[in-house]
Design a protein around this ligand. Structure first.
Ligand SMILES: Cc1cc2nc3c(=O)[nH]c(=O)nc-3n(C[C@H](O)[C@H](O)[C@H](O)COP(=O)(O)OP(=O)(O)OC[C@H]3O[C@@H](n4cnc5c(N)ncnc54)[C@H](O)[C@@H]3O)c2cc1C
Length: 407
């Protein structure tokens, strides 16, 4: 079934009018659609998830291919702690069936509304110095290539394509199924509290070390931080205060009552206010200085921005286009309301990130082009070689991806 509609992303920063929004009902229909367009260079083709990226990764005036009808678990193997999942599955649909099989995702980000393929394809991550992005949990996937052929890849099968495909922005083909490495289901204990900026930075290294997941939001209006720590627990419930800790102003939004629950119920928050976002990954050792400079920037040149800065950690990984490639990482994100100007603020912040060897989050706003990205990624050309092998004609590249991929 196909329908024609105007498409926009979550924040409203990207709008496009695809000739066709295709919502194939199964993998065979995806293969037939892509194969049918294989020789048609006049019809661009882009895969889309739930549109939670802030940049025009999905934008096309050709065929926008949504996998929103491919939801759920295909196969789960509790002994191997792995599950194969339809790529369109929204992350909130994974928690309950995985729990029923005694399993859980290793980590999750701030929300659970994204599709699995979209989250994997942009390096979506949570926080934790020993933990990688969701893409690091992928052990295999199936691609539908521009030719209409399918290609299964893993560390053993087509390893070069697999290395690139784990984080590939929909530039290698349509991912239809993803096999994930999982953990035995676990409960998390969540604790939040407020701290002054100086207290936060003084205790930061110890907090990152001591907690499986630690992050904080620095709020410019209060010049204070909302701190959050999550740790696995065997406790079934919590006997504690039901009220969130006291906090001034906006900070209170980021604090909640102490609680214990299954991991997939603790990780995600609700984001009801729309915003635009920029995020960079910097070497972990640069994190505190980078944050200090961003705080000075906001206090001196952008006092109009009331949205907080989010500070998280990620372990080094080996995925060619991962912002955490080869280095212990801190990610720092800045926000502005979706209907307020963000350009000057984000441009000033990006200059600071560049000085700290920052790599932009692929789903968030930035101004890097192919030259900047090549300088930031030691295996940039490895990704390019894999992309050209499976898509020599650049069928998956829209104008935004051309700026990122082609010098
Ligand atoms: C409120 C909010 C909170 C967020 N929180 C976090 C966070 O905590 N951590 C974080 O790292 N990021 C976060 N993000 C960013 C978000 O996770 C990423 O932008 C993610 O890509 C969105 O997933 P999606 O399903 O919406 O993908 P889309 O934005 O629709 O697509 C993203 C990319 O994936 C590709 N793609 C989608 N489906 C397929 C497929 N089947 N095959 C091949 N390619 C495909 C698209 O072509 C595109 O290049 C957040 C975004 C928002 C709006």
């Amino acid at each position: 079934m196909t329908t024609t509609v105007a498409w926009s992303n979550w924040s409203g920063s990207v709008r496009c009018e695809p000739r066709r929004l295709a919502r194939p009902e199964d993998e065979a229909a995806i293969v037939a659609l892509v194969a049918g367009l294989a020789g048609d260079r006049s019809t661009p083709l882009r895969p889309a998830g739930t549109g939670h990226s802030f940049v025009p990764l999905c934008a096309t005036d050709g065929v926008l291919l949504s996998l929103d009808r491919l939801q759920g678990i295909i196969d789960v193997d509790p002994a191997r702690q792995e599950a194969t999942v339809w790529a369109g599955t929204e992350l909130h649909g994974l928690g309950a069936p995985l729990l029923a099989a005694g399993l859980a995702l290793e980590n999750m980000g701030d929300i659970d509304r994204q599709s699995l393929a979209g989250a994997v394809g942009t390096g979506t991550h949570g926080t934790g110095r020993t933990l990688g992005s969701i893409a690091t949990q992928v052990v295999g996937l199936r691609l539908v290539l521009a030719s209409g052929e399918t290609l299964d890849c893993s560390a053993e099968q087509e390893p070069e394509i697999f290395a690139a495909a784990r984080l590939s922005l929909g530039a290698l083909g349509v991912v239809t199924r993803v096999t994930l490495r999982l953990l035995p289901a676990y409960r998390l204990h969540e604790r939040t509290w407020a701290a002054s900026f100086d207290e936060c930075l003084a205790g930061l290294a110890a907090l990152i070390e001591a907690n499986r997941h630690f992050e904080f939001f620095w709020s410019p209006r209060e010049d204070a931080c909302a701190m959050k720590a999550l740790n696995p627990t065997t406790a079934a419930a919590l006997e504690g205060p039901a009220e969130p800790p006291a906090a001034p102003g906006r900070l209170a939004r980021y604090l909640g009552p102490e609680r214990v629950d299954w991991s997939h119920r603790i990780f995600p928050s609700e984001r009801t206010l729309r915003f635009n976002e920029l995020e960079f990954a910097v070497p972990a050792a640069n994190g505190p200085d980078c944050l200090r400079e961003l705080r000075s920037l906001m206090q001196s040149r952008h006092p109009e921005v009331a949205w907080p800065i989010e500070y998280r950690t990620q372990r080094a990984d080996d995925i060619p286009l991962s912002p955490a490639y080869g280095r212990e990482t801190v990610t720092i994100s800045l926000h502005q309301a979706h209907d307020r100007p963000h350009e000057a603020f984000f441009a000033d912040a990006e200059a600071i990130f560049r000085n700290h060897r920052g790599r932009p989050h692929w789903g968030k706003m930035h101004r890097y082009d192919a030259r900047d990205l090549r300088a930031a990624y030691p295996h940039w050309d490895q990704f390019g070689a894999a992309r050209r092998r499976v898509d020599p004609d650049g069928r998956w590249l829209n104008p935004y991806l051309r700026r990122l991929m082609l010098e």
